[in-house]
Ligand binder design. Structure first.
Ligand SMILES: Nc1ncnc2c1ncn2[C@@H]1O[C@H](COP(=O)(O)OP(=O)(O)OP(=O)(O)O)[C@@H](O)[C@H]1O
Length: 251
């Protein structure tokens, strides 16, 4: 279970990006965050792995208390939390396999991680590549793969971490619809198979409907919808997206 209790974020420049927000996500759920640009989706995700420190409230993971309790707790939480980014953050000149191995580094102390990683880590990384259908690309340079393939390497890297939670910030925003669907399908299947909790921000309502167990609609830093895909009607979609539009601002 990942729980946010009254979490609010105001950035140093005074922008109140997240109003006090409470949320509980049971283990193994695939939750999608929807909302227009600036709604607070990335801020919410960044709170969940402690990259952004809330000005109030608590983020509690797996019954282990606040993730901010100590440096050790935060480090431990991040070790169990895989991140997937829009621009996948791969190192282009390294092979797909070497990129996926980055997901194993946190398992070792700083000194050990400077040496070649043990065979067991390489096996875990190869298995992760196999699960996203890219075993045959293991030794290809990352920058020679297609955008969709690169994002699937990003998924494999996160999975090599053996995470309990995956946080994905617009993982398909820069992909064409077919590649985007494949990436989400892989992510969804692997999270299901391994009982991983996934929180994924998306701009595509159709993909949210297809893959989410639960959808959170954010607008101006507030949750304005929390329900199943079946409960998300056309008028609510309008509300999520229109709330931040110039029309509403003008009104
Ligand atoms: N590091 C930061 N410093 C100051 N303000 C920020 C910072 N990051 C985000 N913001 C502001 O906080 C608000 C929420 O931004 P956030 O990136 O969380 O929204 P988002 O829904 O993820 O948007 P997008 O879909 O465009 O990524 C916006 O007004 C944004 O300008």
């Amino acid at each position: 279970m990942l729980t946010l209790q009254d979490v609010a974020v105001t950035y140093a420049n005074g922008v109140a990006a997240l109003a006090p927000t409470s949320l509980s996500i049971p283990k193994g759920r695939f939750l999608v965050l929807l909302g227009p640009s600036g709604a607070g989706k990335s801020t919410l995700l960044r709170c969940m792995n402690g990259l952004v420190r809330p000005v109030q409230g608590e983020v509690i993971a797996g019954g282990r208390g606040s993730i901010f309790r100590s440096h050790k707790t935060l480090r431990e939480h991040r070790r169990r939390t895989g991140m997937i980014f829009q621009q996948h953050h791969l190192i282009g000149r390294l092979s797909a396999l070497q990129n996926v191995l980055m997901g194993r580094i946190a398992e070792h102390n700083a000194l050990r991680s400077m040496l070649p990683l043990p065979r067991t880590d390489r096996l875990i990384a190869l298995q992760a590549l196999e699960r996203v259908g890219l075993l045959d690309r293991a030794l290809h340079r990352a920058d020679q793969l297609s955008g969709g393939q690169q994002q699937r390497v990003g998924i494999a890297r996160a999975m090599a971490q053996r995470p309990e939670i995956i946080l994905a910030d617009e993982p398909v925003a820069s992909l064409d619809p077919v590649a985007g669907e494949r990436v989400l399908a892989d992510l969804h299947r692997i999270c299901r198979e391994d009982g991983i909790t996934a929180i994924v921000s998306l701009h595509q309502v159709d993909l949210a409907r297809r893959f989410a167990d639960r959808i959170i609609g954010l607008s101006s830093g507030r949750i304005i919808f929390d329900g199943s895909p079946a409960q998300l009607g056309a008028s609510m979609i309008d509300e999520i997206y229109v709330a931040a539009s110039p029309r509403r601002a003008a009104a």
